[in-house]
Design a protein around this ligand. Structure first.
Ligand SMILES: NC(=O)c1ccc[n+]([C@@H]2O[C@H](COP(=O)([O-])OP(=O)(O)OC[C@H]3O[C@@H](n4cnc5c(N)ncnc54)[C@H](OP(=O)(O)O)[C@@H]3O)[C@@H](O)[C@H]2O)c1
Length: 357
């Protein structure tokens, strides 16, 4: 039985919290809440369960460390406050607590992460003899597990394309995803934060370089491309409302090139409802999203992943799957040698233990 603390209860955290409470091989021993309205409330209430757990949310990290958990599941928004998030993760790791999480998406490919990010965390792992692992669905599954599955079916690969084609209309995250992608901005406005020079490569380039590393391919460069799409009609959706002339879809990619030809591409097509960018690729009929891997090779392989759920919409189902990528690794990460763990370090079957309950 692993003693686990859930750190934050946002879009992803509510689902990892529910899984920790539910799984018989994990014991919820603490919950961190940043918001003052959540501090003092029972963990069950924070994730929509009815039966109280007796575990009360706190914003006191030292009190959580004093519980001597085996692992903290860290899903606090990290990319907008990277130094603070690194500080919190390092504090836990240095105290001997393993951390699995979904935040700080650069850590999905820890071998490709910049020194400013890697070094303090490696130092903390060494000090506490602890391990850190970060993953999700995209970045994460779509650029690692799904790619390795597709590549296992070919005798020769010429190019690899990883795509997320997703309607974000129902995604209730204007604050981070919406503003950083610039939904609602006009052509005269500054380039949205996510598409400023180097940002796509900073977030998705690690995936490209990681795939190249495993293929033993030497890339000449990893470059980015970005296309905005402006609507000529008003679009109302859960993410936000956009007016005629405003940005309602984006298509962008990090491309690993050899001789100026992209050979490893990680691409996103994100739109607000099906009314946006009708000329761009859609997921298959009646789906609002797909994660796709296409290997051009001998033979051609296409792996499409669709999530669905009887109650949740597909973006929320994506948050469940993102939570799963962290929860499912808890036991192995608790047994791992100290340091930063990459997906490829973990034998795939180690991540299914305990899932049928
Ligand atoms: N790779 C993937 O596929 C994938 C997919 C989705 C998300 N993610 C990543 O997972 C993380 C969580 O995403 P999300 O959508 O769940 O985020 P979110 O709902 O926007 O925020 C998560 C939580 O962050 C906490 N938080 C905000 N400011 C904080 C601060 N100053 N100190 C401590 N905690 C703070 C809040 O905690 P409280 O609840 O305690 O108030 C909030 O609920 C993000 O870093 C995101 O990039 C990755």
């Amino acid at each position: 039985m692993r003693r686990v603390v859930q750190f934050s209860t946002g879009n992803v955290g509510v689902h990892s919290l529910k899984a920790i409470i539910g799984r018989p091989d994990l014991e919820l021993v603490g919950v961190h809440a940043n918001s003052s309205e959540k501090v003092g409330r029972d963990a069950a209430e924070l994730c929509g369960l009815t039966e109280p757990t007796g575990v009360i949310a706190t914003d006191d990290i030292d009190a959580l460390i004093a519980l001597r958990p085996d692992c903290v599941l860290y899903t606090a928004l990290g990319e907008t406050r990277p130094m603070e998030a690194i500080g919190q993760m390092a504090r836990l790791l240095a105290a001997g607590v393993n951390v699995v999480g979904t935040s700080m998406v650069w850590l999905v490919t820890p071998h490709q992460a910049d020194d400013w990010l890697r070094e303090p965390l490696e130092k903390a792992c060494a000090a506490g003899n602890s391990s850190l692992y970060v993953n999700g669905i995209d970045p994460g599954y779509s650029g690692d597990t799904a790619v390795y599955s597709a590549l296992s079916l070919v005798t020769r690969a010429e190019s690899i394309t990883v795509q997320e084609i997703f309607d974000y209309g129902n995604y209730d995250d204007y604050e981070y995803t919406g503003t950083s992608m610039g939904f609602g901005t006009t052509p005269g406005d500054a380039t949205p934060m996510a598409f400023q020079p180097g940002v796509v490569v900073s977030i998705f380039g690690g995936l490209v370089r990681n795939i190249a590393r495993h293929l033993d391919v030497k890339l000449d460069d990893v470059r980015q491309r970005f296309e905005p799409w402006y609507t000529d009609q008003r679009i109302e959706c859960r993410m936000t409302t956009v007016e005629p002339g405003q940005l309602a879809a984006v298509r962008f990619a990090a491309e690993g090139v050899v001789d100026d030809v992209p050979v490893i591409t990680v691409e996103h097509v994100n739109r607000l409802t099906a009314a946006a960018a009708p000329e761009w690729e859609f997921p298959p009929a009646r789906m609002t999203g797909v994660h796709k891997v296409i290997v051009e090779g001998e033979p051609r392989v296409e792996v499409s992943t669709h999530l669905s759920h009887p109650v949740l919409d597909v973006t929320e189902a994506g948050c469940v799957s993102t939570a799963a990528r962290a929860v499912n690794a808890i036991d192995w990460v608790c047994r791992a040698p100290a340091g930063l763990v990459a997906l490829e370090d973990i034998p795939p079957t180690e991540m299914v233990r305990g899932l049928m309950w």
